[in-house]
Write a protein that binds this ligand. Sequence first.
Ligand SMILES: NC(=O)c1ccc[n+]([C@@H]2O[C@H](COP(=O)([O-])OP(=O)(O)OC[C@H]3O[C@@H](n4cnc5c(N)ncnc54)[C@H](OP(=O)(O)O)[C@@H]3O)[C@@H](O)[C@H]2O)c1
Length: 325
Amino acid sequence: MRAVRYTRTGGPEVLEIAEVPAPRPGEGEVAIDVSHAGVHFADVMFRRGQFPLPLPAVPGLEVAGTVAELGPGVTALRVGQPVVAVPTGFGGNAERVIASAVTTIPLEGELAGLDPALAAGAACNAATAVGTLRSAARVEKGDRVLVLGASGALGLLLGRLARTLGAALVVGAASTPERAARAVRAGYDHALTYGELAAKIDELTDGQGYDVVIDSVGGEPREQVRGLLAVFGRHVVIGNAADRDITMDANQVWYESFTLAGYNLGGVLGRRPDLLRAHLEEGLRLVADGTLLLDVEEIGWDGVAEAHRRLEGRTAIGKYVLRVR
Ligand SMILES: NC(=O)c1ccc[n+]([C@@H]2O[C@H](COP(=O)([O-])OP(=O)(O)OC[C@H]3O[C@@H](n4cnc5c(N)ncnc54)[C@H](OP(=O)(O)O)[C@@H]3O)[C@@H](O)[C@H]2O)c1
């Protein structure tokens, strides 16, 4: 079968289209004939070697398609069923992928009308938005929420969902005024550049600070977060796009009365796939009913490397989805 593959880590040029053996499902798993596969920022992080992964590797952690084969013990799905899935170990940018039955959701019932390209493009970020805001940030009615990286594919979903959960103020931050403006067009109350955050804190939060800061960015914005939080505020770390972390003493959490929290889709998938399924189902329902909106650009096999370039070059607008067949 055809797959996007890399045999060494590095820039987007390490991605190649290769013929690889089709995988077979094990106990509790299904094989999916992929029609659409999201190209995700996590694919970029693994491709450039930010985290170890056995090589050769096939990227792709969100797909839509049809069930091709059931592994032993799978009774809740059937061959030919249209599904969206988060595969267990990447591999989604391929004609066939393996996913656990637990994280394979039929595109039926409330999800029957959901476009497969939209489903594949939304899967990981919609699940992450739900898991981050409900389980990690525990957003409550009236909260003042700040989202770093607000104009990215995930950032736009976080802004919409924070509003839906009752946040009183939803502020976004981005690298440029143009990207900030995009966040406002998508529903943020205000959006600033990272450099403006400290100066605007009193004006936007009545001098109180933010109850929740969602941080997928790292780097300099992460260094600023503690100065932006309200008393008992929650700093929720969900990524490190800048590839630069900070260190912090646990005593700081005590001295400054704040909460440090996190959400990692891969970690939840590994330890509580049932919980990931719940986040995924809710996220997809919110996409299907129009609460969460995303722009999807379908690309062909030869467009994957360019999609990676745009994601790490901070010029991506919306979500790239590989049309597999
Ligand atoms: N925890 C999880 O399970 C989980 C799940 C999904 C996504 N994420 C993370 O969430 C982030 C956004 O993902 P996405 O799908 O929305 O990707 P995306 O559409 O490419 O957005 C990337 C975002 O990161 C910001 N950014 C800041 N520094 C960057 C840098 N050095 N290089 C590239 N982008 C940078 C960009 O905005 P500016 O240029 O305006 O700063 C942009 O908003 C990523 O870090 C991803 O790993 C985490």
